[in-house]
Design a protein around this ligand. Structure first.
Ligand SMILES: CC(C)(COP(=O)(O)OP(=O)(O)OC[C@H]1O[C@@H](n2cnc3c(N)ncnc32)[C@H](O)[C@@H]1OP(=O)(O)O)[C@@H](O)C(=O)NCCC(=O)NCCS
Length: 190
């Protein structure tokens, strides 16, 4: 079944990337504080155009790319991006990655969006497992993974050479059969 887009949460709309997202993407991903724990260096305009080009083709888990690249919108403006991609197409394992514009952190937007992407991935995308990898120093990202019901499965020691130094990394994951996390208001994640 195609990924049912756009997705909606209480405060957000999650849609596919568009060519006119380039300025927002470069403005956010060129920031050293955003790139600090990501594998990429801060983006140049050219790097942004290259990534956007790839993301425009990521429109469905069951499409050629086996991936869906989403922009999170709040009040009609981009506030973040989330990608979900198959790492094992046959056995329905996937990985997820997330970035928020620092102007919109600390409001629970990432949790709200990631919960919905995971639920959709399990219910519509028939996923078995979704994992997230992160720099072990990335506390906001680890908190987000735990908040959406992912379990820390691994702490790899100095397995990534990142921006001039060895860094540890965490792997978090959630299974389709895991209980769905309860949101702050006591409702099941939408
Ligand atoms: C990782 C990242 C997306 C987390 O962003 P975030 O704003 O901390 O995450 P959320 O949107 O889920 O917000 C959670 C915070 O909002 C607070 N919050 C405020 N209002 C809230 C609400 N209505 N509902 C839920 N949480 C709320 C929570 O208490 C929490 O703060 P805390 O961690 O201090 O307790 C962000 O730090 C980021 O983009 N970093 C740079 C890119 C990056 O490193 N990406 C990850 C690569 S692995």
């Amino acid at each position: 079944m195609p990924f049912p887009l756009p997705l909606r949460t209480d405060r957000l709309r999650l849609r596919l990337h568009r060519p006119d997202d380039l300025d927002w993407m470069v403005a956010v991903h060129s920031r050293p504080d955003v790139a600090r724990f990501l594998l990429d260096d801060p983006w140049t305009e050219a790097r942004g155009a290259e990534v956007l080009d790839k993301r425009l083709a990521r429109t469905d888990l069951d499409g050629e790319e086996g991936a869906v690249a989403l922009i999170l919108e709040h009040d009609g403006a981009p506030v973040g991006d989330i990608s979900l991609w198959l790492t094992d197409r046959e056995h329905r394992s996937a990985e997820i990655g997330w970035v928020l514009d620092p102007a919109h952190t600390g409001r629970g937007f990432a949790r709200e969006a990631v919960r919905t992407v995971l639920t959709t991935g399990f219910d519509h995308g028939r996923l078995h497992r979704v994992a997230a990898q992160m720099d072990a120093r990335n506390t906001p990202s680890a908190r987000l993974a735990a908040a959406v019901g992912m379990r820390r499965e691994a702490h790899f020691r100095q397995d990534f050479w990142s921006k001039g130094e060895w860094t540890d990394s965490f792997v978090y994951a959630v299974l389709a059969s895991d209980p769905r996390p309860v949101t702050r208001r006591g409702n099941r994640a939408e």
